[in-house]
Design a protein around this ligand. Structure first.
Ligand code: PLP
Length: 430
């Protein structure tokens, strides 16, 4: 069946899998296998030579992961995707696929704390410099660019600041230079389709809203198939020079007959092959289950979060509420442009009384879980300054929007009365 629907509610149920060809199973089966029987030696050699695409070994591809990859690629309007072991693996590989020692990327300062660490320390140790710029000023990306800049990087809806990234503005700076924009869309699936605004690559932590039930860690890299890697060949040597790790393949040429998937196919058959951060088929199955109800859940997250924002704004113990639905001026224009179906389920607030009041509030919660996660069906809370962002320096914390009194909430899909009652009683203790 060719799926013609453009509606996410339909795509998440039908793209990438119809029925299992051998058993007729409707649910995507868990192909819990390491390897695959080749038809003959010619078939095996064609697969290794990329003359035809097919299953070789589960570290590199797996049919359950493939269904997830196809489904999310269809949801985003992309060409192909790659499932990996975590969101962190997705971010790291998305960059390492283009940048080598001596190269640089330009990134927004507004990042998940773990990504900040990856960029500021681990990639730096590998010789890849990450130049951080303020996303409020898209031109800052242009100013930080030089001949060795291989990619731009940002999050659609970064927490804790929750100010929407100017995707189109930055993508348009990069395209004539041959520089793709990689967007982490973890906090805004369904709400924003970054490829529609010019992004070239999307990364996800599927651990969050896509999984939705707090059971599995995973990540995805989605190739938009919409970026002209040939526009400025010198800009992307990783795709334009012979790759000794794959008997001299020049990726843009080798993959051309297979479609506009050179970027993501290279990531699969070199980086995933060599570094091994593969998604397990069982986790892929869990993410497929989550994905099938994602549009419904996202709607409920958005409705509840908007109600919580209203409630907190009126509360005397709350200094300030940070929520995309309350954005003003330029920030509101970006919300209106990029978040088409709601403001998301994340929300921050600054509590009167600083760190101590924040701690008392978190310790007083009964329904909310106190965890380092977002995007679960359950409501979650955390104090970033002492947890997720604690490895950042004080200056870095301020730059990424974390103050001592900031509390982050990930609003779940429980009944709104119960969410508000828990906030009420915990604020009374703060
Ligand atoms: N990107 C964002 C926006 C995140 O919030 C997270 C995790 O919190 C990650 C990436 C990393 O994902 P994972 O925990 O699956 O490695």
């Amino acid at each position: 069946m060719t799926l013609s629907s453009k509606n996410p509610e339909t795509i998440v149920l039908h793209a990438g899998h119809r029925a299992d060809p051998t058993t007729g199973a409707v649910a995507v089966p868990i192909y819990q296998t390491t390897s695959y029987q080749f038809q003959n030696t010619e078939h095996a050699s064609n697969l290794f030579a990329l003359k035809e695409l097919g299953n070789i070994y589960t570290r590199i591809m797996n049919p359950t992961c493939d269904a997830l990859e196809q489904r999310v690629a269809a949801l985003e309007g992309g060409a192909a995707a790659l499932a990996v072991a975590s969101g962190q693996a997705a971010s790291a590989m998305a960059i390492q696929n283009l940048a080598r020692a001596g190269d640089n990327i330009v990134s927004s300062t507004d990042l998940y704390g773990g990504t900040w660490n990856l960029f500021a320390n681990t990639l730096k140790d590998q010789g890849i410099e990450v130049r951080f710029v303020d996303p409020e000023d898209p031109e800052a990306f242009a100013r930080a660019t030089d001949d060795r800049t291989r990619a731009y990087y940002a999050e659609t809806l970064p927490n804790p600041k929750l100010s929407v990234f100017p995707i189109r503005e930055v993508a348009e700076i990069g395209r004539p230079l041959g520089i793709p924009l990689i967007v982490d869309n973890t906090a805004a699936p369904i709400l924003c389709r970054p490829f529609d605004h010019g992004a070239a690559v999307i990364v996800y932590s599927t651990t969050k809203y896509i999984g939705g039930h707090g059971t599995s860690i995973g990540g995805l890299i989605v190739d938009g198939g919409n970026f002209d890697w040939d526009a400025v060949p010198a800009r992307q040597p990783a795709l334009h020079t012979p790759d000794p790790s794959y008997h001299g393949a020049v990726w843009v040429d080798a993959v051309r007959p297979l479609g506009p998937i050179a970027y993501v196919l290279k990531a699969r058959v070199t980086l995933l092959r060599d570094t091994g951060a593969a998604m397990s088929p069982f986790n892929a199955f869990q993410f497929i289950q989550g994905l099938e109800t994602l549009p419904l859940r996202i709607r409920a997250h958005c409705e509840n979060a908007a109600r919580v924002a209203d409630y907190l704004q009126a509360h005397p113990k709350v200094e300030r509420v940070i929520f995309p639905g309350l954005a003003k001026g330029k920030a509101k224009e970006r919300v209106d442009t990029y978040l088409n179906r709601g403001f998301g389920g994340l929300l921050g607030f600054e509590i009167k009384g600083g760190k101590d009041a924040g701690a008392s509030f978190i310790n007083g919660l009964e329904l909310f879980y106190h965890v380092a996660n977002i995007g679960d069906a359950r409501s979650l809370a955390i104090h970033p300054a002492t947890t997720t962002h604690s490895q950042l320096t004080a200056e870095e914390q301020i730059a990424s929007g974390v103050s001592d009194s900031y509390v982050r909430l990930s609003i779940g899909i429980e009944h709104i009365d119960d969410i508000l009652a828990d906030l009420e009683q915990a604020l009374a203790k703060a």
